[in-house]
Design a protein around this ligand. Structure first.
Ligand code: NAI
Ligand code: AKG
Length: 387
């Protein structure tokens, strides 16, 4: 029986997809596969028997991807499954930026006991007034699942939308409204836009991408939205930009010890994907990915191993191998089968960066001897008898 652990609560509609062949356990160290949302896996010891981790969500900066790859642990995420939830939160952020709704709501609480509250409201409201978003320019940095939805929604709201993504996928490009201005140099967003919203993954290359240089190029009074990750923004530079009046407001779904205390910051407690719909979508997609991997060896939406799919095995046996993407691996894998007198009926080999994955359907049962021979090949990190 496969043991599944959850490092965060995962929506029931997903967990119910596990059959009786699975057992839910509390102990990550005892699990064959794990589900996670935002909990950090970096500090955890990765158990030897762990086959896969599924992130019910998009961002995988909470998971040590390279360490997992080295142990043959396939890490999945659920692309797009929470994108609409985040888009709607970003739209809320946009409106919270345009007028001081948060300040106004808090102020009403301070005068609510006054019998003249209605009159006080009419007198005091001007301090919370703002601007409309229609006709304003917004720059969307990162046009993936979320960025595309945000950009298109902003077009529908009557905004002038600038989009920047040097690595945009063909699918995302197809889905983008033709009214979005394609920006090749992010500086054109900094210099032109009244609103800037960031939707890129947190990676070494994107850490602190919104820094003092970027702020210096921005228009005075710009509103910056960050519903991606806090570390994309240099907090010290942000503080200086707010103090100088360069940034009118910073709307973030990722408050930290510094930004939570800053004036001019609207801090939302990471609610982007906290909707029933997003939680359900992510859980269902994550569990389906895990089951297909555990039961058939197929990989869909992995972030550290290549996609690889041979459907359901109809041969006598199926064996899968996680290995380094280095020369002569295939020769050695097929050679090991030949040495055992095994006929390979079908096979697929795919690579992604430094790592590769091979699936072999064979004409006889997978023997212990074959597993051992394959596992002994230099560069092989995990061999699994799937059938
Ligand atoms: N607030 C929340 O609850 C949530 C936050 N997120 C965050 O949003 C991020 C984006 O999510 P998705 O759109 O679903 O991911 P995605 O993978 O579909 O899109 C990310 C896009 O960023 C682009 N990109 C990468 N580096 C870039 C750069 N230097 N400049 C411009 N574009 C760049 C990629 O080409 C890709 O198109 C996630 O990585 C996560 O950190 C995601 C879901 C929920
Ligand atoms: O599970 C969550 O609420 C976190 C969502 C998120 O940040 C992501 O999917 O990257």
């Amino acid at each position: 029986m496969m043991k599944i652990s959850c490092l965060n609560p995962i929506a029931a509609v997903g967990m119910q997809l596990f059959t009786d062949a699975y057992e839910k356990v509390d102990d990550f160290a005892a699990s064959d596969a794990a589900l996670v949302r935002s909990a950090s896996v970096h500090e955890l010891e990765l158990p030897d028997q762990l086959l896969a981790i599924a992130r019910a969500g998009a961002g995988v900066n909470n998971i040590p991807l390279d360490k997992c790859a080295e142990k043959g642990i396939v890490v999945f995420n659920t692309p797009g499954a929470n994108a609409n939830g985040v888009k709607e939160a970003v739209l809320a952020g946009l409106f919270l930026g345009a007028r001081d709704i948060v300040g106004g709501v808090n102020w009403v609480q301070t005068v609510k006991e006054d019998p003249n509250v209605a009159k006080l409201v009419e007198k005091g409201k001007k301090q919370f007034a703002g601007t409309e978003i229609m006709g304003k320019k917004i720059g969307v940095i990162g046009l993936g699942a979320i960025g595309v939805l945000v950009a298109n929604a902003c077009v529908a709201l009557g905004m002038e939308v600038y989009g920047y993504d040097p690595f945009i996928s063909v699918d995302a490009a197809w889905n983008l409204s033709k009214d979005i201005k394609h920006i090749a140099n992010v500086e054109d967003i900094y210099t032109n836009c009244d609103y800037i919203t960031v939707h890129v993954p947190l990676m070494d290359s994107t850490k602190k991408m919104i820094n003092a240089d970027a702020f210096a190029k921005m228009k005075d009074g710009v509103i910056v939205l960050n519903f991606a990750r806090d570390l994309l923004v240099d907090d010290d530079a942000l503080e200086a930009a707010i103090a100088a009046g360069k940034v009118r407001k910073y709307i973030t779904d990722f408050p930290n010890a510094k930004t939570a205390q800053m004036n001019g910051v609207v801090a939302i407690p990471h609610l982007g994907a906290s909707t029933e719909e997003s939680e359900d979508n992510c859980a269902v997609m994550a569990v389906k990915e895990l089951r297909d991997y555990l039961e058939n060896g197929n990989i869909t939406h992995s972030v550290n191993y290549p996609a690889c799919d041979m459907g359901i095995c109809k041969a006598a046996g199926r064996i899968t191998i996680c290995h380094k993407n280095i020369p002569n691996m295939l020769g050695q894998l097929t050679g090991a089968c030949a040495a055992e007198g095994i006929n390979i009926e079908d096979m697929t080999n795919k690579s992604k960066g430094d790592w590769a994955y091979t699936m072999m359907d064979i004409g006889s049962e997978v023997s212990e001897a074959l597993v051992e021979k394959l596992a002994a090949i230099n560069g092989v990190v995990k061999v699994r008898k799937v059938k």
